[in-house]
Structures are given as structure tokens and as C-alpha cells.
Design a protein around this ligand. Structure first.
Ligand code: FA5
Length: 335
């Protein structure tokens, strides 16, 4: 009887090795531990075991029952093992944790800030939830102004909105300090926008410099120096005339597409133009100075707003800007 029990033990443990999912574990349980199971039936034969072997028979039988039940319960009850999933070998060492990484946008953001800091710009911040006054009116965009349409705004209530750009920080800074001013304001901005080059939440760096005798040449010089610092001296920069209600004259700043160098007719990054817009910029409109009580005869200045995800697209050769925020670890592990 005892020998027979040893054989059952050997067979059961061998069979347990090939159990790979909870269904198989249940069949195994019925076969060995069910009412008519091999082990259950065999243990009922205790009365036929010679008295001197009964303690050993009982002990071995119970131990086997317990260990089979334990193995089955791990397979079928553990919340981490789903029905029909492959069973793990719990005796193997655990997988080592991957070290944390910086998000690529954070890396590019801090590289950009370092370049501006080396040029003497001081960093300022402003709130993500803004009022209509700071986001629009103080920047020369009154209610019903057509320029508001360019900013597909997320309104929170009639008074509050998610800022559509970092330009409100210009006003908040000038209200609190007197010129000369040389600041950058990094932060998140929000727009109802989504395609390969547009996100509903993205980062900008606002720049504002106010001093005496500042000209458009200073603006060009600072932005070119910044872009060469970030992309290297081979990158081509171009300024296209544009319109912003708070700068005059205004420009949009493009850099040459590093994804295709202007040679790929199917390039998704630059839509075959060879250029990608990365910033809006211009000379601060005297009306803006008047609204913060700066003497526009004495002071002149320039401002710009850079799109950080667009810069990251070019640096990393990412052809769809939305990939940065899909939380796909296979994508993020590349950086
Ligand atoms: C502005 O937001 C102005 N506030 C910039 C400015 C500041 C002009 C100071 C003059 C003086 P614009 O809407 O063009 O401008 O956005 C600036 C940059 O943000 C764009 O050049 C682009 O690089 C980036 N950008 C704009 N919309 C998106 C979006 N939906 N997703 C990702 N990046 C965007």
C-alpha cells in the first residue's frame, strides 16, 4: 500500500509539471483529489495497511494531499494568474526592475532652458488655468476678435480657461517688474487640436526681452543662437512674416526639416515643404507696453513662443507628435 502511494506521488508530481493553465489545474485536481480521485480512493484503504505502516502511510498521504492542493490553489486562485494564461515558475528569480528614465520632452525642455540660461535669461512661471484677461485681452485680443479662433480654447467656465499659450506670463511679469526684462517662461499649454504635428497639450517656452534700443535683429540673433545651440550650426532657420495681435512686426520661425532635409516627397513631419514651424515671434506691440504702464517711447522689446514637442520631433526623428504621450513603453525606451 505504501509503495503504491509512493508511485501515485511520483506520477502526480510528474504530471503537475505539465499543468500550464487553470483549466488543466482543475482537471488535475479532479483526477487526483476529486471524490473518486486516484489519491482520495487510495487513502480510503487505510484499514488494509498493516498497523506498523499506518503512521507512515497517513503522513505521506496527508503531505501529498496538502502539497497538491497548494500547487493547484496557486494556479487557480492567484489574482495575477488569469484563466488560461501560461503559468509561471514561481521558483525562478524575479525580473529585475528597469531603471527609471526621463521622458524625452523633459530632456529636450531642460536642454533648451540651459541654452537660454547661458544667454542670461531668467526663468518665470505662470498658472495653467488662466483668465480671459491674461490669455487674450491683455495681449490685444478682445472678445469676438477673429484671432481667438486661432486658439481652439478649452473653457472651464465663463471666466476660467486652460491657457492656450505661455504669452500670459509676459503680462504677469511686466505687471510686477520694471524694465529691463529678460525672461523665459516654460510650461504646458492646451488647445483643441490633434494630428501628426498638433497635440491637445504641449509645452512652450515663452521669451520676453525688454530694454532700450532693441530691434528685430536682436530677436533674430537670439533665436538663431538658440537654434544653433540646440540643433547644431548646420540647421537652416527662416523667418516668415506673420500676425500676432501682441507683436508688430510678427514672424513665424521655421527650421529645415531634419527628417527629410527637404528631399522626401512623403515626409509627414514637414508635409513635403522641407520646413517645420517651431515658434511665433515679434517685436512687442506698443499697446501691450501701454497696458502695463511701460513708456513705449523709452522701451522696446521682443517676444517669442517656442513649441518644445516640435523641436523634439526633429531632434529624435519622430514622425507623429502624438507618440510622445501615448505612454507606449517600447517607444519611450528608445530615448
Ligand atoms: C503662439 O502660441 C504665440 N503665443 C507665440 C508668440 C509668443 C508670438 C510671443 C509672438 C510673441 P503659435 O500658435 O504659432 O503662437 O504657437 C507657437 C508654437 O507652438 C508653434 O510654432 C508650434 O511650434 C507650437 N504649436 C502650436 N500649436 C501646437 C500644437 N497643437 N501641438 C504642438 N505644438 C504646437
Amino acid at each position: 500500500m505504501l509503495d503504491e502511494l509512493e508511485k501515485i506521488k511520483k506520477l502526480a508530481l510528474e504530471e503537475l509539471q505539465s499543468v500550464t493553465n487553470s483549466d488543466e489545474a482543475e482537471s488535475f485536481r479532479i483526477k487526483y483529489l476529486g471524490k473518486k480521485g486516484v489519491l482520495t480512493k487510495h487513502l480510503k484503504n487505510l484499514s488494509q495497511v498493516p498497523p506498523e505502516s499506518r503512521p507512515a502511510f497517513g503522513r505521506l498521504g496527508n503531505e501529498l494531499k496538502q502539497s497538491l492542493n497548494k500547487a493547484i490553489s496557486i494556479y487557480s486562485k492567484s489574482s495575477s494568474v488569469k484563466k488560461n494564461t501560461k503559468l509561471e515558475d514561481f521558483t525562478l528569480p524575479g525580473e529585475s526592475l528597469k531603471p527609471p528614465r526621463r521622458h524625452p520632452i523633459r530632456t529636450i525642455m531642460s536642454q533648451c532652458l540651459d541654452v537660454f540660461k547661458s544667454m542670461g535669461f531668467e526663468s518665470k512661471t505662470g498658472p495653467d488655468i488662466e483668465t480671459d484677461f491674461y490669455n487674450f485681452q491683455a495681449l490685444g485680443i478682445p472678445a469676438d476678435h477673429p484671432a481667438k479662433d486661432m486658439h481652439d480654447t478649452f473653457y472651464l467656465n465663463p471666466k476660467g480657461l486652460l491657457r492656450t499659450h505661455t504669452s500670459p506670463v509676459q503680462i504677469r511679469t511686466m505687471e510686477k517688474s520694471s524694465p529691463p526684462i529678460r525672461i523665459i517662461a516654460p510650461g504646458k499649454v492646451y488647445r483643441r487640436d490633434s494630428d501628426v504635428t498638433h497635440l491637445p497639450m504641449f509645452h512652450q517656452i515663452e521669451g520676453l526681452l525688454v530694454d532700450k534700443d532693441i530691434s528685430f535683429a536682436d530677436l533674430k540673433g537670439v533665436l538663431e543662437m538658440f537654434l544653433h545651440g540646440v540643433f547644431g550650426s548646420n540647421v537652416k532657420v527662416r523667418f516668415r512674416p506673420s500676425y500676432f495681435p501682441f507683436t508688430e512686426p510678427s514672424a513665424e520661425v521655421d527650421i529645415s526639416c531634419m527628417n527629410c532635409d527637404g528631399n522626401n516627397k512623403d515626409c509627414r513631419v514637414c508635409s513635403n515643404t522641407g520646413w517645420l514651424e517651431i515658434a511665433g515671434a515679434g517685436m512687442v506691440d506698443p499697446e501691450v507696453f501701454r497696458s502695463v504702464n511701460y513708456d513705449s517711447d523709452e522701451w522696446t522689446g521682443f517676444a517669442f513662443g517656442l513649441g518644445i514637442e516640435r523641436i523634439a520631433m526633429l531632434i529624435y526623428g519622430v514622425t507623429d507628435i502624438r507618440l510622445f504621450y501615448e505612454n507606449d513603453l517600447y517607444f519611450l525606451e528608445n530615448f
